[in-house]
Design a protein around this ligand. Structure first.
Ligand code: AMP
Ligand code: ZN
Length: 455
């Protein structure tokens, strides 16, 4: 029994897929105008853990993730520039090249973090027709209006608009602190289709029944999830910043157009922040996975760090915390490597933690406990790693010093001459220096590093 916290119901609830044993899962992906920062990556690690927990419980997962390559503007109020077009100017490339470059770099980051790719990557620019179709339905049903710069969604037509956030709709008037496109009826209204500017040629633009332009950011997920998963589907995820605007607007459009729920369960990951500061690309204070690797860290130590906090708690990043995560991960791998084979049935307890709203900190603490008490087998821990994805079977490559290799050769000589006592003395000396000799059936010796006992 898997329990997950649903942002919509504000409760932990037992999860059962709508269709047999297949979970249809959609997660909002990156806007590919820049490198993903480690805050973004925390959210994708959380998605990955969710997917792995579902699978560990014997469910099949069909996972769709979008790539926003058009329509995400620098301001959430549907004003400002398109992030992709702005990056193209900055880097003297086309918007298409920008999208391709940062998509590839995002995929490389995922790989380094053991995050499995989705079954379907859905690119916004590949689904313009589908988005136009959604907007046409909304128009036919009377949810849209036209102003100078585009076609907008009238949020006042939705009775429970904002229910995901759980707040009563605030009708802040135009001009009162919110930046707002001229002519918008309600501050919460959002662009479905924006017209290309009259004074500037956009790189990405399409014909539509309303004029040349491009889709607003909130429509792509509605059109693409419907196409690839059908509505309603099981689980929709994103970072908490998506609750108030992006996901709220996805729900509003789906309910208006299709008269159905969009997703049964909404999960949101809390932010990763820097001490005292928010980590945001717009504020220029971001750390990338590349920075972590350049400093000599194993990227999976960042994954480990993320698992030490529950996904619904804030995680404050510091280099010190990362260092200690790296040490813990290396220690854990070495301890597991040195485990003697005396496992007990521990899977039930492990399931209890991971199925309680993905409680990774408790699952990790449990693993440490059974490893320290030597009550687990390597096999079991590698099985648990199907959920953690920490590469627990990856013992650090150890360089064997020349001196040790010489000692092993010496010992071999004594063994061949059946001088067991002398051979044994050398074995002890090797162990004292932190290495172990293993004799294989062929008589040759292999050397492994002994797992340090003191942590
Ligand atoms: P973006 O590329 O800006 O659309 O963001 C990609 C994903 O990262 C979204 O799901 C955001 O909610 C999430 N996100 C953005 N900033 C952070 C952060 N500091 N910590 C965790 N997740 C974040
Ligand atoms: Zn989305």
């Amino acid at each position: 029994m898997i329990k997950l916290y649903n942002t919509l119901s504000k409760k932990k609830q037992v999860f059962r897929p709508l269709k047999d044993k297949e979970v249809r899962f959609y997660s909002c992906g990156p806007t590919v105008y820049n490198y993903a920062h480690i805050g973004n990556l925390r959210t994708y690690i959380f998605n990955d853990i969710l997917k792995r927990v579902l699978r560990y419980n014997g469910l099949k997962v069909k996972h769709v993730m979008n790539l926003t390559d058009v329509g995400h503007l620098t301001s959430d109020a549907d004003t400002g520039e398109d992030k992709l077009e702005k990056a193209a100017e900055r880097e003297q490339k086309t918007a298409w090249q920008i999208a391709e470059f940062y998509t590839e770099s995002f995929k490389k980051d995922l790989k380094k973090l053991n995050i499995e790719e989705p079954d379907i990557w859905a690119k916004a620019t590949d689904h313009i027709e589908e988005q136009i179709k959604v907007i046409k339905i909304l128009e036919r049903k009377g949810f849209t209006y036209r102003i100078e710069d585009g076609i907008y969604f009238d949020s006042s037509k939705i009775k429970d608009y904002g229910k995901l956030e759980g707040k009563k709709k605030k009708n802040i008037m135009a001009g009162a602190r919110v930046e707002m496109a001229e002519g918008k009826k309600n501050p919460q209204d959002f662009a479905l289709w924006k017209f290309s500017p009259k004074d500037k040629k956009r790189q990405m633009e399409w014909n539509s029944p309303w004029g040349i332009g491009f889709p607003g950011w909130h429509t792509e997920c509605v059109a693409m999830s419907k196409k690839h998963l059908g509505v309603p589907f099981d689980i929709h995820t994103g970072g908490i910043d998506h609750i108030a605007v992006h996901h709220t607007n996805e729900i509003a459009q789906t309910e208006a157009a299709f008269e159905k729920d969009l997703a049964m369960l909404w999960l949101h990951g809390e932010f990763l922040d820097l001490k005292k500061e928010k980590m945001a690309k717009s504020e220029g204070n971001v750390i990338l996975l590349g920075d972590i690797i350049r400093k000599g860290f194993d990227p999976l130590s960042f994954r480990y760090l993320c698992l030490t906090a529950h996904y619904r708690s804030k995680l404050t990043f510091s280099w010190k915390a990362l260092e200690s995560a790296q040490k813990s991960l290396e220690n854990l791998r070495e301890r597991i490597f040195g485990l003697k084979d005396k496992g007990e049935e521990k899977k039930k307890e492990f399931l209890k933690y991971i199925n309680d709203d993905l409680d990774m900190p408790k699952a990790l603490a449990f693993v440490w406990k059974i490893v320290k008490e030597e009550k687990a087998t390597q096999e079991l821990l590698f099985d648990f790693d199907r959920v953690f994805g920490l590469g627990l079977n990856k013992i650090k490559e150890v360089e064997i010093p020349e001196e040790i290799i010489e000692m092993v050769k010496q010992r071999e000589k004594f063994r061949k001459k059946s001088e067991w006592e002398k051979a044994d003395l050398i074995r002890k000396e090797i162990e004292r220096k932190g290495y172990a000799v293993e004799d294989t059936a062929k008589g040759s010796s292999v050397i492994k590093k002994i797992s340090p006992r003191a942590v």
